[in-house]
Design a binder for this molecule. Sequence first.
Ligand code: ZN
Length: 248
Amino acid sequence: MKRAIISDIHSNLEALEAVLQDIEDQGVNEIYCLGDTVGYGPNPIECIELVRKKVAVCLLGNHDQASLFDPEGFNNSAEKAIFWTREQLENPRIHSANERWDFLNGLPRIHREDDFLYVHGSPRNPLNEYVFQDDIYNEQRMEKLFSVVPKYSFQGHTHVPGIFTEDREFYAPDELNWRYTLGEKKAMINVGSVGQPRDRDPRACYIILEGDTIAYRRVEYPLEATIEKIIPIPELDNYLGQRLREGK
Ligand code: ZN
């Protein structure tokens, strides 16, 4: 049984299509998505349609929530993109806008299966909390986070892939040779971002979970095509495209 776990697609259709192709090539049985299907990128409708078709479990991310309700705590560039995204989602020309709203509205904030917890942000604040590498030095914070991890937590949100263990270590995927075996230690696994990686590797990122083994996958996609779509849309800052080249 192979499960792909993807997150933070951010309306990047080229990245999503490349990842779905890779997932198919890897013989994956099912796909979970940890949220932020929309926001920042130029193809929110197409990404939602694909996720609805292909993903078995999909969570609500903070950008998805902001598109549904009011954006709070976003910078100017992200907020403009959210209002533009909302306009697109209301466009009745492509399928039913109501169906899309129903889909987004129905997304859960957490998903739990035995020892496995799935969230967008963090185990204690599933929508909005960022857990970064430097947080390992904050003993109290890590203790609190791990106290709500059943055994393993899968998360996204920071767009930086890596594994936090309960003994307050952080491992970037390349340090692990792109593989990690789940063991006795509790772990929080950040699966990285499909559509806007921020670990200075511009390739789309996701993981495949098979038994107790996690494999990080990096997938090249035609990012110049995504950038070319972003540039002419005034509500999407050019920077949102340019950063895709550097993966930051
Ligand atoms: Zn995100």
